[in-house]
Design a protein around this ligand. Structure first.
Ligand code: PLP
Length: 421
């Protein structure tokens, strides 16, 4: 029974290298976070050995008495955290949760109306070569060309014209709250299901800092690993177990998946327990504060003069969308420059982007991971200044001095101190 470093030094080196990378850089990918040590422990546990097809109390395998407890805890914690009447914690990922949702409430060929990918939607909301785009008849709404916000009158008009079976609310890159009551009213008017994908903002909802889609939606899906800060995986919720519970359960298993990942489900239970606490709420408050500080810094006149701007003029959530359409830097160059300074972000198409999707004219900058690391207003002000300086100075930026400033921040907030992998 050898330790990893002995058995497989190459993979052990990858784990070491990645821990160092996470410790020594500023992680600002909006969909990433640092899980608590207790989550790492549950996920790296003997529960990975267990097959448990089925649901608690109704398994197709023996020996499920312990994993049943874990899954029931995860379900009850999820329901209580989001005020839901139903929860399925088995989806392996956000994408499989979304596949199960559509499997439950639509048939192949049915019309589905979601936010278009280049305007901030997700692949599973209807991208052409994704299962969603191949199996369903996709119609998309976009953001307004001037305000870059979703215009609910336009969504209504489109829903009336397209008569979809399912309307999707939710996004991967959109910096504002959605009007769930308006989505509900439109869905009722056209007789559609309303499905909200809150993958990005679930942590803010859990902390009471973002409107909760659960009371308004027929079904809500989410990932657990973005603002919610848990293991990489997905979950489905509903306000009404009677109406859709059986369909959703059977869409996940056996509709989409075989055996659930019980180690991940146990880790989800832990993360959901953490998310109900005051420390988590404080972290989400710092997440929002950080995003606002960055947006404000990037809206200053000197930055604007360098052709850098912030879509929608600010943010209500954990991310800022930087508009580089007037900058000499494209999204790829800006991502690379920040990477050289020690800050990890991702380039992102802006709506009506003139540059191709692999280059783009935008950046998506998120604050959840740094808030988890302990950053507050003072640190986010320094981060905002490093980003603003990098983007304004462009290729002339003094990367050595920027890297020194990044190192001062990472040194002051150690990550996973003493962790042995
Ligand atoms: N839904 C939304 C809105 C997302 O942003 C994402 C991931 O980026 C997903 C679903 C998919 O999650 P996963 O990567 O776990 O499949």
């Amino acid at each position: 029974d050898q330790a990893l470093a002995e058995l497989d030094p190459e993979i052990a080196a990858v784990l070491d290298g990645e821990l160092t990378r996470q410790r020594e850089t500023l992680e600002m990918i909006a969909s990433e976070n640092f899980v608590p040590r207790a989550v790492l422990q549950a996920q790296g546990s003997v529960l990975t050995n267990k097959y448990a097809e089925g649901y608690p109390g109704k398994r197709y395998y023996g020996g499920c008495e312990q994993v049943d407890i874990a899954e029931n805890l995860a379900i009850e914690r999820a329901k209580s955290l989001f005020g839901a009447d139903y929860a399925n914690v088995q989806p392996h990922s956000g994408a499989t949760a979304n596949a199960a949702v559509l499997h439950a409430i639509a048939r192949p060929g049915d019309k589905v109306l979601g936010l278009s990918l280049p305007h901030g939607g997700h692949l599973t909301h209807g991208m052409k070569i994704n299962f969603s785009g191949r199996l369903y008849d996709i119609a998309a709404y976009g953001v307004d060309e001037q305000t870059h916000r979703i215009d609910m009158d336009q969504v209504r008009e489109q829903a009336l014209a397209e008569r979809p079976k399912v309307i999707i609310a939710g996004w991967s890159a959109y910096p504002r709250h959605l009007d769930f009551a308006a989505f509900r009213a439109i869905a009722d008017e056209v007789g559609a299901y309303l499905w909200t994908d809150m993958a990005h903002f679930a942590g803010l909802v859990a902390a009471g800092l973002h409107p909760n889609p659960v009371p308004h939606s027929d079904v809500v899906s989410t990932t657990i690993h973005k603002t919610l800060g848990g293991p990489r995986s997905g979950m489905i919720l509903s306000r009404d177990a009677e109406a859709l519970g059986k369909k959703l359960d059977s869409a996940v298993f056996p509709g989409q998946q075989g055996g659930p990942l019980m180690h991940v489900i146990a880790a989800k239970a832990v993360a959901l327990k953490v998310a109900a606490g005051e420390e988590f709420a404080d972290r989400q408050r710092r997440t929002l504060e950080g995003a606002q500080i960055i947006a404000e810094r990037l809206l200053e006149p000197a930055v604007r003069e360098a052709g850098v701007s912030v879509l929608t003029g600010g943010t209500d959530v954990h991310l800022v969308l930087v508009d580089l359409r007037n900058s000499t830097l494209d999204g790829q160059q800006a991502e690379d420059l920040l990477h050289s300074a020690g800050i990890t972000v991702n380039r992102n198409a802006v709506p009506f982007d003139p540059r191709p999707p692999r280059v783009t004219s935008g950046l998506r900058i998120g604050t959840p991971a740094l808030a988890t690391r302990g950053f507050g207003a003072a640190e986010f002000t320094e981060v905002a200044d490093i980003i603003a300086t990098t983007l304004t100075d462009g290729t002339a930026a003094d990367l050595t001095s920027l890297r020194t400033r990044v190192k001062a921040l990472t040194d002051a907030f150690p990550l996973y101190e003493g962790l042995q992998q």
